[in-house]
Design a protein around this ligand. Sequence first.
Ligand SMILES: [Zn+2]
Length: 194
Amino acid sequence: MPDLPGNPNIIIDYVEPVDPRRLDFDPEDPKLSADTKEKLKKMMANYEALMGVRERLMESRLLERYALFLSAVKLPTTLRLRTKQCDELNAFYSRVDTSITLCYEYVVAFEARAPKETTPQGITKEDAIVGSIISTLLHETGHALFSIYRVPILGRGGGRRRPDRRLRDAAIREGRCADDNQGRGVEVGQPGLE
Ligand SMILES: [Zn+2]
């Protein structure tokens, strides 16, 4: 890793996914219906999958390395870089606590759609996953910096419908990324934000 000074205003948090065992239920309870048991099994499998993603991200020191990339940015406030379970495929900036959140579910989708083998162009599975993650973090960092520095937003967004400009500018500052309110119709649950 390059010997760069860290950014003292960045806080990193790989938030643990919700452990279903912490919820108040007894999986052996004979009163549980087959349906509920099935749901619990799915929750447990989902928890283990997200824990796996969290471990891989922590091992690769993803957020620490991204924070180093941002070491030259003079932040007037704290910026939180966070990975967490969101129960949706998304990533977003929140101006409430000046945080960038990358959802584990989004990473699961990146992993699933990465090429199994190196492509003829030389792109490895790892490249595809890391590339998707970094482009997502850069996108959200754009929202964060526009919001933190109150950068005026000029011009018209893409898409055919002319969005309400104030709504659109607010959406860009807030980083509500599932649609960005730009009339492009990118929906929650659909990977591949523009
Ligand atoms: Zn966005």
